[in-house]
Design a protein around this ligand. Structure first.
Ligand code: PLP
Length: 364
C-alpha cells in the first residue's frame, strides 16, 4: 500500500512510540497526585511542556494540551464575545466552520480572489468593522496546501487590536514559521505530525485570554479540566523535537518528491490542473484535477491498486461530496469532482512516488 494521505493523518513515528512506551508500560501516576508517582508524572509533564514551549519560543504557561485541534479551535473560537463580529474564510476546516456557528457572532466568510486559494490581507482589512473581535484563519490549507500570509495578517491584527486565531494544523512540520506579534492563539494537532491521535495543542499568547471549554479539575492552570494525556503529550514533544532536528532536510525531500510526482503526471497525461501551482504551497501537498475523470471513481480505483489518496469530504450517503474548498476557490463543479489530493510525509520514498504516478497514468 502506498500512503499519500498524510494531510488526513500520519503514521506514528517509531521514535515517538519509543518515547511514549515507558508511560504505558510502567506505573507513572497522575500528575495531580502528591506521592512519588505523581511527582514523577509532574516532572515528565513539565519537561515536555518546557520543550514544546522552547520550540515555539513561548512561555510554558501559554500552552494548553487538548484532545486535538478540533477541541483547541472550539476553545479558541467559542471564547469570542457574543454578539460581536468575527472574520474567517470559506476555506477553513470544518472544525472552524462549525465552531463559529456557536459563537452568537455575525460571521464574515471571505472567499479567496480568483486564482489565489488563500485570503489576502487587504480582504481582511476591508472586512474589519468597529465590533470585530476575532479573526480566524488557517496558516495553510489542508486540501490544496496553499499558504496564507499569516505574518502580514498578524501585523494587521496587531495594529487593529483584534485577536487572531491561527489554525496551524497543516503547516506544522511542513514549513518553517515563527510566532510574531499579533498571533494571539495557534492550534495544532498531534496526529498530523507523526504523534498519536488524541493530543492537540493550543498556544494562547498573553495577554490574550480564553474561557475554559472543558471544565473539571484544576489541571492546566484551570484552563482545561481533566487528567492530562501524559503519553500523548510526551509523544507530541518528541514529534516536535524531530521536526526541529529534521525539518529543513525533510522539506527539501518532500518538495523534490512532490515536484517529481507532478512532473511524471504532467508529462504523461494531457488534461491536468494542479491547484495553486503558482501560489506558495506546502512542500508535501498536491491537489490535481484530472479533467474528464470522476475523482471518486478514480480514487476508488487507486485504492484497489494500493494507493491511498483523498477527494472532497465524506457525505451522509457514504459517497463523496465535491470539495467545498475547491468550489469556494471559484472552481467549477466539474473541476472539483475531478480533483484528488495527494499528501506526502517525510517517510514517503521515491519508489513509492514513481509507482503511484505510474499507476495513476495506467488507471486513467
Ligand atoms: N484543521 C485542519 C487544517 C485540519 O486538517 C484538521 C484535521 O484534518 C483539523 C483542523 C482538526 O484536527 P483534529 O483531527 O486534531 O481535530
Amino acid at each position: 500500500m502506498i500512503y499519500l494521505d498524510n494531510n488526513a493523518t500520519t503514521s506514528l513515528d517509531p521514535r515517538v512510540l519509543a518515547a511514549m512506551e515507558p508511560i504505558y508500560s510502567s506505573t507513572i501516576g497522575n500528575a495531580s497526585s502528591i506521592h512519588k508517582y505523581g511527582q514523577r508524572a509532574r516532572a515528565i509533564l513539565a519537561r515536555a511542556r518546557q520543550d514544546i514551549a522552547s520550540f515555539f519560543s513561548v512561555r510554558p504557561d501559554e500552552l494548553i494540551f487538548t484532545s486535538g485541534a478540533t477541541e483547541a479551535l472550539n476553545m479558541a473560537i467559542r471564547s469570542v464575545p457574543k454578539g460581536s463580529h468575527l472574520i474567517t474564510s470559506s476555506l477553513e476546516h470544518v472544525a472552524v466552520m462549525e465552531a463559529v456557528k456557536f459563537t452568537g457572532c455575525t460571521v464574515t466568510y471571505l472567499d479567496p480572489e480568483p486564482g489565489k486559494g488563500a485570503i489576502g490581507v487587504e480582504q481582511i482589512e476591508k472586512a474589519i468593522r468597529p465590533n470585530t473581535s476575532m479573526i480566524v484563519l488557517m496558516a495553510a490549507n489542508n486540501e490544496t496546501g496553499i499558504m496564507s500570509d499569516i505574518e502580514a495578517v498578524a501585523t494587521l491584527a496587531h495594529a487593529a487590536r483584534i485577536p487572531l486565531v491561527i489554525d496551524g494544523v497543516a503547516l506544522l512540520g511542513k514549513e518553517k514559521f515563527s510566532l510574531t506579534e499579533g498571533m494571539s492563539v495557534l492550534c495544532f494537532s498531534g496526529h498530523k505530525i507523526h504523534a498519536p491521535t488524541g493530543i492537540g495543542l493550543l498556544i494562547v499568547k498573553k495577554p490574550h485570554k480564553l474561557h475554559p471549554f472543558i471544565v473539571g479539575g484544576p489541571q492546566q492552570f484551570g484552563m482545561r479540566g481533566g487528567t492530562e494525556n501524559l503519553a500523548g503529550i510526551v509523544g507530541f514533544a518528541k514529534a516536535i523535537e524531530l521536526i526541529e532536528q529534521e525539518l529543513p532536510e525533510a522539506m527539501t525531500r518532500m518538495k523534490t518528491l512532490r515536484d517529481h510526482f507532478e512532473k511524471i503526471l504532467i508529462s504523461n497525461l494531457p488534461n491536468l490542473i494542479i491547484h495553486g501551482a503558482d501560489q506558495p504551497r506546502l512542500c508535501n501537498t498536491t491537489n490535481i484535477a484530472f479533467l474528464g475523470m470522476d475523482g471518486e471513481t478514480l480514487l476508488r480505483h487507486l485504492d484497489l491498486e494500493g494507493i491511498a489518496a483523498s477527494h472532497g469530504s465524506a457525505c451522509s450517503s457514504g459517497g463523496m461530496e465535491p470539495s467545498r474548498v475547491l468550489l469556494n476557490m471559484g472552481l467549477s463543479m466539474e473541476i472539483a469532482r475531478a480533483s484528488i489530493r495527494f499528501s506526502l510525509s517525510r517517510f514517503t520514498t521515491k519508489e513509492e512516488i514513481e509507482r503511484a504516478a505510474a499507476s495513476i497514468v495506467d488507471s486513467i
